[in-house]
Design a protein around this ligand. Sequence first.
Ligand code: FEO
Length: 171
Amino acid sequence: MLNDAQLTRLNDQIALEAYSSRLYLSMAFWAHSQRLPGVAAFFTNHHEHEEEHMHRLMDYIVQTGGRVVVGGVDEPPQEFKSITEAFDLALKHEQSISSSINALVDAFLEEKDHATYNFLQWYVSEQHEEEALFQGIIDSIELIGEDGRGRFWIDKEVRKNIGASGVENNQ
Ligand code: FEO
């Protein structure tokens, strides 16, 4: 059973996952507005992943008999100067999520809550994969170049990363 402080920590993480979901949905519709269907499909898929991350935490809290808090979500940015800017922001965002997962892991380990510590290991691996995925895409964008027809090839390249794990891609 989770105590109140532990529940607050996990509910705060739920709020971060909800924001991530909205951020990628916003990026998806920005990409549609730029006529970049591959980038839009990638971010839509990533938005769905974030919903999954959020629900996994919700399910865990319910399993422990705790109360899930469904809070509001801040409005994400709506406009991006370039594909590069969107992916740079996505990577920075994932790095901040990794830090918050690490802080959660530290706290539950310190409290000797091994069940929750174990549950959170899935997120540790997931964050590692996501950071590698976004970094790999940023590297490809840099190689192709975003000028002129580059946007066409980048759009195709980004689409290939739907459902990919960054770890496989970077090996
Ligand atoms: Fe749920 Fe992208 O971290």
